[in-house]
Design a protein. Structure first.
Length: 84
Protein backbone atom coordinates (compact mmCIF):
# COMPACT_ATOMS: atom_id res chain seq x y z
CA UNK A 1 0.00 0.00 0.00
CA UNK A 2 1.56 3.35 -0.97
CA UNK A 3 2.10 5.94 1.75
CA UNK A 4 -0.59 8.52 2.18
CA UNK A 5 0.16 12.08 1.22
CA UNK A 6 1.30 14.19 4.16
CA UNK A 7 -0.93 17.00 2.91
CA UNK A 8 -4.01 14.83 3.35
CA UNK A 9 -2.84 13.54 6.72
CA UNK A 10 -2.21 17.02 8.07
CA UNK A 11 -5.30 18.52 6.43
CA UNK A 12 -3.06 21.20 5.01
CA UNK A 13 -3.23 23.04 1.75
CA UNK A 14 0.01 24.11 0.11
CA UNK A 15 1.08 24.82 -3.44
CA UNK A 16 1.16 21.59 -5.43
CA UNK A 17 4.71 22.23 -6.59
CA UNK A 18 6.22 22.31 -3.09
CA UNK A 19 7.86 19.00 -2.16
CA UNK A 20 7.73 17.52 1.32
CA UNK A 21 10.68 16.10 3.25
CA UNK A 22 11.25 14.06 6.35
CA UNK A 23 14.22 12.88 8.36
CA UNK A 24 14.87 9.12 8.19
CA UNK A 25 17.24 6.86 10.11
CA UNK A 26 18.25 3.22 10.33
CA UNK A 27 20.33 1.99 13.25
CA UNK A 28 21.87 -1.48 13.17
CA UNK A 29 21.50 -3.80 16.17
CA UNK A 30 20.13 -1.25 18.62
CA UNK A 31 16.55 -2.40 19.05
CA UNK A 32 15.07 -5.04 21.27
CA UNK A 33 17.06 -8.25 20.79
CA UNK A 34 19.59 -6.44 18.58
CA UNK A 35 17.25 -5.85 15.64
CA UNK A 36 17.58 -3.01 13.16
CA UNK A 37 15.66 0.10 14.20
CA UNK A 38 14.17 2.32 11.49
CA UNK A 39 12.40 5.58 12.08
CA UNK A 40 11.31 8.85 10.58
CA UNK A 41 10.17 12.34 11.47
CA UNK A 42 6.83 13.68 10.28
CA UNK A 43 6.57 15.06 6.74
CA UNK A 44 7.32 18.79 6.61
CA UNK A 45 7.16 21.28 3.73
CA UNK A 46 10.57 21.59 2.09
CA UNK A 47 11.51 25.10 3.20
CA UNK A 48 15.05 26.40 3.70
CA UNK A 49 14.69 26.38 7.50
CA UNK A 50 13.26 22.84 7.67
CA UNK A 51 15.89 21.51 5.24
CA UNK A 52 18.67 23.16 7.28
CA UNK A 53 17.35 21.64 10.51
CA UNK A 54 17.05 18.18 8.95
CA UNK A 55 20.53 18.46 7.40
CA UNK A 56 21.97 19.36 10.81
CA UNK A 57 20.23 16.31 12.29
CA UNK A 58 21.59 14.10 9.47
CA UNK A 59 25.13 15.31 10.12
CA UNK A 60 24.84 14.82 13.88
CA UNK A 61 23.19 11.40 13.51
CA UNK A 62 25.76 10.17 11.01
CA UNK A 63 28.58 11.44 13.23
CA UNK A 64 27.15 9.64 16.27
CA UNK A 65 25.93 6.41 14.61
CA UNK A 66 27.94 6.05 11.39
CA UNK A 67 27.83 7.20 7.81
CA UNK A 68 24.54 6.59 6.02
CA UNK A 69 22.45 5.96 9.12
CA UNK A 70 20.52 9.24 8.75
CA UNK A 71 19.21 10.91 5.58
CA UNK A 72 16.51 13.22 4.21
CA UNK A 73 13.70 11.63 2.19
CA UNK A 74 11.75 13.78 -0.26
CA UNK A 75 8.20 13.40 -1.56
CA UNK A 76 7.27 15.44 -4.58
CA UNK A 77 3.76 16.77 -5.29
CA UNK A 78 2.88 13.52 -7.07
CA UNK A 79 3.61 11.40 -4.01
CA UNK A 80 6.80 9.75 -5.28
CA UNK A 81 9.69 9.28 -2.86
CA UNK A 82 13.38 9.85 -3.35
CA UNK A 83 15.59 8.64 -0.51
CA UNK A 84 19.14 9.59 0.35
Amino acid sequence: MPPRSPRRLAGMSTPASRPWIRLRWRLQETGLFGHVVEGHWLWEPDTPSVRAAFQAAVEAGNKAHGAGTHWVEQEDAGGAHASR
